[in-house]
Design a binder for this molecule. Structure first.
Ligand code: PLP
Length: 376
């Protein structure tokens, strides 16, 4: 369907358009106010040493801000390093899994951590519990498992799941929260390691990973990385922990990324923290899903309402409407990145509803889509 020529002559009236047309699931909308704040630090923060106080204080502010945002219990620490969430999968394989892991696999991202664990010659084959795209499986307590790999929000399909420890489980709960963190509620008592990258709900750029770690998680990382196993230093979570506690990273981080993320965390806190962000995303989600439910050409892809994500929505289109063509026309009108996740292969739009996105813009997006479809 993609070789059809996009009809770019459809002009959406400006009063229907969202004020900001960025609906991508990552990199996602960066608030212009954060970029302006960065501009003001163009000559005393950017281009200065990450081992000195100026930068370390921003890293410290980010760590403290995340700790407040998630209301981390005593003993939990905010750890960070370079490489993004993908890099953290390998970090977890080398530094957190002792023998054997269990993974819930229900889309492109959740399947990847499982694949990394399977490929590691020093680990037993993982247990992988799968479910169809558009649903999520449930973890099974298993005494042979020392890490449960969960995903809070499967960005490729728009499915989210509540994070809870499998009943009676002794293994660590290690959660990929890349697109969920800061936008969906989580109780820190339910995880040992909750990791994410800054380019989704935190409206910054990619390339960094952050992990909220429980005392048990930290203890495991120290134990595994000081064992006989060879652990490359860049994948050594023990080294990352030592550096993070000093408000540093093992090697040079992107200073702009850290600044923008800290600005976003402070913005979230000033507006009411997780109550603010989760409510705002829920409002955007209800606008979009209610519109799709009422539409005669659009339907939410995720059937089970409890699994529908409040941060990344997938909306199926009926056969006679080519969703890719609609996304192309939206793009020509400045509404970008609503294209479906390619590997899912469905006739749908995927729309991010992160905290930075104004619910009023989601409303305007639905009006814009209705306009485009009426002109096809
Ligand atoms: C975006 C995403 C990733 C990959 O993040 P990178 O920082 O690009 O490595 C991993 N997991 C989930 C759930 C994501 O949404």
């Amino acid at each position: 369907m993609s070789d059809k020529k996009v009809n770019t002559s459809i002009l959406i009236p400006s009063d229907l358009l969202p004020k900001d047309g960025r609906f991508g699931s990552g990199p996602s909308k960066v608030r212009p106010e954060a970029v302006e704040a960065l501009m003001l630090r163009a000559s005393d923060y950017l281009g200065t040493s990450h081992r000195q106080k100026t930068v370390k204080s921003v890293v410290g502010s980010l760590r403290k801000g995340l700790s407040e945002l998630f209301e981390l219990p005593d003993g939990y620490e905010v750890i960070l390093g370079n490489g993004g969430a993908t890099f953290f999968w390998d970090t977890a394989v080398f530094s957190l899994i002792q023998n054997k892991s269990q993974h819930l696999s229900f889309g492109e991202f959740s399947s990847k951590f499982a694949a990394s664990a399977k490929a590691a010659p020093f680990l037993e084959d993982p247990i992988v519990i799968k479910s169809d795209p558009g649903t999520h499986p449930v973890a099974m307590p298993d005494s042979s498992v020392d890490v449960y790999g969960l995903t809070h929000n499967e960005t490729s399909t728009g499915v989210s799941m509540a994070i809870t420890r499998p009943e009676g489980a002794t293994g660590l709960v290690v959660v990929d929260a890349t697109s969920a963190a800061g936008a969906l509620y989580v109780d820190p008592q339910e995880f040992d390691c909750y990791y994410f990258a800054p380019q989704k709900a935190f409206s910054s750029d990619g390339g960094l990973w952050l992990a909220l770690m429980s005392p048990q998680g930290i203890e495991r990382a120290k134990k595994v990385t000081s064992s006989e196993r060879y652990v490359p230093p860049a994948l050594d979570l023990g080294i990352a922990i030592d550096n993070s506690l000093l408000d540093q990273t093992y090697n040079t981080p992107a200073l702009a990324t850290i600044f923008l993320m800290d600005n976003q965390v402070q913005w979230m806190l000033e507006n009411g923290g997780m109550n603010f962000t989760t409510a705002r995303c829920a409002r955007s989600a209800s606008i979009l899903y209610n519109w799709a439910e009422a539409s005669d050409f659009a339907t939410p892809f995720v059937e089970d309402v409890a699994m529908r994500s409040n941060v990344v929505a997938t909306i199926d289109f009926s056969d006679e409407i080519d969703a890719m063509a609609v996304a192309g026309i939206l793009r020509a009108n400045g509404i970008v990145d609503t294209e479906p996740y390619r590997k899912l292969g469905r006739n749908q739009l995927r729309i991010a509803l992160f905290p930075s996105i104004d619910p009023a813009d989601v409303e305007a997006l639905t009006a814009s889509i209705d306009f485009v479809v009426s002109k096809l």
